[in-house]
Design a protein around this ligand. Structure first.
Ligand code: PEP
Ligand code: MG
Length: 586
């Protein structure tokens, strides 16, 4: 669809991360590389190879620049991956195969390069040797860069974007988000995706407004368009009128007023009006998030998603790299606990590892399943966590536990790592608490058995909802069915909390609903001992908790569990919130 330059156009999507951004669109086309395929004249073979040579020179300069930047900020060890990329780029066997293909097929060089690269990729993918298998992602990366240069397509580097950009993309992976320059990025929108994708979770914690599931925003918006992105209502306005900007300006003033009111309770104790203490803890992805968490005076870290470290290092960081990061978080947290979750690779967090890139990836080789099959990677992480436990109040938990056998197996590996450390005389907390995430329905059903083997439980509602409702959390087509207020979801959460309470172990909620004030009140009423949330959601949640009485929250639970529809439940939750805090804008 072509659009007149100045006409206002509204596009709708799914509100993902609140806030309003007004800036310049930058359309990021990472996934839309179409490799042209055409015949060439016999005489054009040489000029095609010259084009390849030129593209190799450009690609070499690009990779070297990234390599130097990474070496400067993270050290030579972390930059080594780019040396491997340079070796792939310069590989003489690959280049001469491309040359013969151009000569024999008389086809354009990008087509031939892509053909040869794909052959290498399938060859290495079929190898038994793990090291050689891992070369696949190097070849893919180099091929993508080189083809972009050959085709002459502008490739957006999310680490180097102009100021005041709003990135519009088909999809944004968590590693794209990790690469973004947050000082210049005002917001982002994607054609696909759901509210609890990890890119969105990261955006929310960074307070970057975002809208997802827009279907075809990349078709309607051009780089350079002036756009307004509203992450509260899930819309984008292209060429907003002065009138609209004025209206949004007024809304922003109201939101600021509310933010000031909520912020007034940050330093107050986290407890209900009738004195029941509820720990409010932070969800973090690494040491860089601790400043914000501490500024919100949270009661510790309830979920340290360690994948963040793996994503930032584009692979599997060494024990020392991990240890430094875990210790930094533990030290920043002081005497407050830090719950480190072991690697939850897979799903939408592939960290470039082809082994966990698969159809139906959320149901596949993910998290504890991956770790139990890759004991080396798992043990390295457990060693780093255990060593860090000598430096702070560290606990650990496993993601995606589906039953008691898996939990036992993970604990056996943990015990073997503890033994090794003892033999080597390396200090760690002998009484480290070990918890299980309950986010797979089978674990929820056998919560009594899980609770016998765990020191605490943490409910991962992001996954629990997707598995319970059979709704992929990334799929915008079924996003309307991803319903935290569904009676099945709320009954299950209640049953898990009851299971934990019966076993006398604490139950925390660490999925995104813990940070939604309306649900937070309900979860407290259900008996959750703590909520772990994105630090930016703390002020409103704490403000609300301080306005409610436990008795009233428990009655809300009774009413909600009697409700037979999520619409009715949402009404109950909304009235409860409004009755508790009143109209703050009056
Ligand atoms: C969850 O599933 O609710 C959770 C906290 O884990 P993640 O979002 O990282 O899958
Ligand atoms: Mg999860």
């Amino acid at each position: 669809m072509s659009k007149p330059v100045s006409k206002e156009i509204i596009l709708e999507g799914i509100p993902a991360s609140p806030g309003v951004a007004h800036g310049t669109a930058l359309v990021y086309l990472q996934n839309q590389l179409e490799v042209p395929n055409f015949d060439i004249a016999e005489t054009a073979v040489e000029s095609e190879m010259e084009r390849l040579e030129q593209a190799i020179i450009e690609t070499r300069a690009e990779i070297t620049a990234v390599r130097n930047k990474v070496a400067e900020s993270l050290g030579d060890g972390e930059a080594a991956i780019f040396d491997a990329h340079l070796m792939v780029l310069e590989d003489s066997a690959l280049i001469s195969e491309v040359a013969s293909e151009v000569r024999n097929l008389q086809k354009n060089v990008e087509h031939c390069y892509n053909n040869v690269a794909q052959r290498y990729i399938s060859f290495f993918s079929s190898m038994e040797d793990e090291y050689l298998k891992e070369r696949v992602s190097d070849i893919r990366d180099v091929t993508r860069r080189l083809l972009h240069n050959l085709i002459g397509m502008q490739k957006v580097n999310l680490g180097d974007i102009p100021s005041d950009s709003i990135v519009i993309s088909e999809d944004i992976t968590p590693s794209d988000t990790a690469d973004m320059d947050r000082s210049k990025l005002l917001g982002f929108a994607t054609d696909v995706g759901g509210k609890t994708s990890h890119s969105v979770i990261m955006a929310r914690s960074l307070r970057i407004p975002a809208v997802v599931g827009m279907h075809d925003a990349t078709k309607h918006i051009k780089s350079g368009d002036q756009i307004l992105l509203d992450g509260h209502d899930g819309i984008i306005v292209i060429n907003p009128t002065q009138e609209r900007l004025y209206k949004y300006g007024k809304l922003a003033t109201e939101r600021k007023k509310l933010d000031t009111i909520y912020a007034s309770s940050i330093a107050e104790p986290s407890c209900t009006k009738d004195g029941v203490a509820i720990d409010l803890m932070a969800n973090v992805e690494g040491a860089q998030d601790m400043e914000q968490a501490l500024s919100m005076q949270l009661d510790g870290v309830g979920l340290f998603r360690t994948e963040g470290i793996f994503l930032r290092h584009h692979g599997y960081p060494s024990e020392e790299v991990q240890y430094d990061e875990y210790v930094a978080v533990a030290k920043a947290s002081g005497s407050n606990p830090v719950i480190i979750r072991t690697l939850d690779v897979g799903g939408d967090k592939t960290i470039g590892d082809q082994r966990v890139k698969e159809d139906n990836s959320f149901m596949g080789f993910r998290a504890i399943r991956f770790c139990l099959e890759n004991i080396g990677i798992f043990k390295t992480q457990l060693r780093a966590i255990l060593r860090a436990s000598a430096n702070g109040n560290v606990k650990l938990m496993y993601p995606m536990i589906s039953g008691v056998v898996e939990l036992r197996r993970a604990n056996e590996v943990l015990e073997s790592v503890k033994r090794e450390l003892r033999e080597q005389g390396i200090a760690f907390d002998e009484n480290i608490e070990v918890g299980a995430m309950v986010e797979v329905p089978s674990a929820a059903i056998v919560v009594d058995l899980i609770a016998e083997q765990a020191d605490f439980l943490s409910i991962g509602t992001n996954d629990l909802i997707q598995y319970l409702m059979a709704v992929d959390r990334l799929n915008d087509r079924v996003a309307h069915l991803y319903d935290p207020a569904h009676p099945a979801v709320l009954r299950t959460i209640k049953a898990i909390i009851d299971g934990g309470n019966q076993a006398k172990i604490p139950v925390s909620i660490c999925g995104e609903i813990a940070g939604e004030p309306m649900f937070a009140a309900l979860l407290v009423g259900m008996g959750a001992s703590s909520l772990s949330l994105t630090a930016s959601s703390l002020p409103e949640v704490k403000y609300l908790i301080r306005q409610i009485n436990m008795k009233a929250a428990q009655q809300l639970v009774v009413d909600v569990l009697e409700s037979n529809s999520s619409a009715k439940t949402m009404d109950l939750l909304e009235s409860f919130k409004n009755d508790s805090i009143g109209d703050l804008l009056k």
